[in-house]
Design a binder for this molecule. Structure first.
Ligand SMILES: CC(C)(COP(=O)(O)OP(=O)(O)OC[C@H]1O[C@@H](n2cnc3c(N)ncnc32)[C@H](O)[C@@H]1OP(=O)(O)O)[C@@H](O)C(=O)NCCC(=O)NCCS
Length: 340
């Protein structure tokens, strides 16, 4: 992994940027490892020991990524005490949007009645939520916008090959959302690190559906319209990228391991999470984990985890939180935040 350029904060004036409300939505249907045993040649024992996943949620037939995102957004708005018409900008992180265009952000804007908002999607696969949060930070810090809704929403069940045991056991559907604003008396986002390595586009991708490989009968027969992944290579990349990015962000934020109250990592695999935590020397009880319940929901993992931790009263004002993710691209991202 090459070193990324670091972006120290430009000189003032910049506003502090905080998360003032969180929300999440998980579809009702639970697909357990036992259910998967009936679909492909796998076992609960294999899935749990290799990944830590016990079950995942699957969206209903007509339930779209925008429905999941809109539901999470409504919770976040209520939680923050903000009306949808106050939103200036909606950024949606997704790699399973409703349509190639228009953006899923536009679909969600309409569904929640955010009539004043500009709206666009960000595509950075599983790192997408942090890419979006840091993009939102720039708009709020500069004073261009006051209120930004950032959503991570995925219907991965629609791009998973349910006959491929290498991938179908890993993913799930869901959405998380946050409201981003400047808040008096809170430092909010302290530092961040975003990076990508476009030399490794092929180890985790959905090849078909773009101009490179339009959908044809042959493409469908070959299953190229589903996620393709070299699991071991992705695993190696993930561990290194998450550790290095976390270290960069902590250094930029002036934080030491002992200052971090919570690490909220991308929830792809418990072994990746545990290795990263060990190498950063963060004790397990300060690492938020829900991969056993939802599997990998890509861009939705971190905001779902954040909403759960916040709702359970686990995040206290003043806590320093480190979020870190990796994903297709390849991409990586981390951010440190003071909880308000
Ligand atoms: C995919 C992953 C769980 C596999 O774990 P692993 O420890 O690398 O797997 P192993 O090498 O021990 O096992 C691979 C074997 O298990 C088999 N296998 C794969 N999936 C299986 C399943 N669901 N059930 C049973 N066996 C399975 C493979 O066919 C392979 O068999 P072979 O050795 O006979 O060819 C792991 O590599 C991983 O998590 N990678 C990262 C993936 C990821 O996070 N992707 C999303 C990124 S955002």
């Amino acid at each position: 992994m090459r070193a990324t350029r670091q972006h120290p904060r430009p000189p003032l004036p910049r506003r502090n940027v905080s998360i003032i409300g969180t929300g999440a939505y998980l579809p009702e249907r639970v697909l357990t490892n036992a259910d998967l045993e009936k679909m492909v040649d796998t076992s609960d024992e294999w899935i749990f020991t290799r990944t830590g996943i016990k079950e995942r949620r699957i969206a209903a037939e007509g339930e779209l990524t925008s429905d999941l995102g809109a539901a999470a957004a409504r919770v976040a708005l209520q939680n923050a005490g903000v009306d949808a018409r106050e939103i200036d900008l909606i950024i949606v992180a997704t790699c399973t949007g409703d349509t190639v265009f228009p953006s899923t952000a536009c679909h969600i804007q309409h569904k929640i009645g955010a009539t004043r908002a500009a709206a666009f999607d960000i595509q950075a696969a599983c790192s997408g939520f942090l890419y979006s949060l840091i993009t939102a930070e720039q708009f709020v810090a500069s004073g261009v916008y006051d209120t930004v809704l950032v959503i991570g929403a995925e219907k991965l069940s629609s791009v998973v090959n349910w006959k491929d045991r290498n991938t179908c056991v890993l993913f799930g559907d869901g959405a998380g959302a946050v409201i981003v604003r400047s808040k008096e008396g809170c430092n909010g986002i302290l530092a961040s690190d975003l990076g990508s390595d476009g030399a490794q586009t092929d180890i985790l991708s959905l090849p078909a559906g773009g101009c490179r490989m339009p959908i044809t009968a042959q493409v469908l027969a070959e299953g190229k319209n589903y996620i393709q992944m070299s699991g071991k290579e992705v695993y190696r990349f993930a561990v290194n990228a998450m550790i290095r990015s976390s270290e960069r962000t902590m250094e930029l934020a002036g934080l030491k391991t002992e200052d971090i109250a919570w690490v909220i990592p991308h929830q792809a695999n418990i072994r990746i999470i545990n290795t990263v935590a060990e190498r950063l020397e963060v004790p397990g009880e300060r690492v938020y984990v829900n991969v056993h319940r939802y599997g990998n929901t890509s861009a939705a993992c971190i905001p779902i985890a954040m909403h759960e931790a916040s709702s359970a009263g686990q995040l206290k004002p003043g806590d320093a939180i480190l979020m870190v993710a990796f994903g297709g691209g390849l991409t990586w991202a981390s951010a440190a935040l003071e909880w308000c």
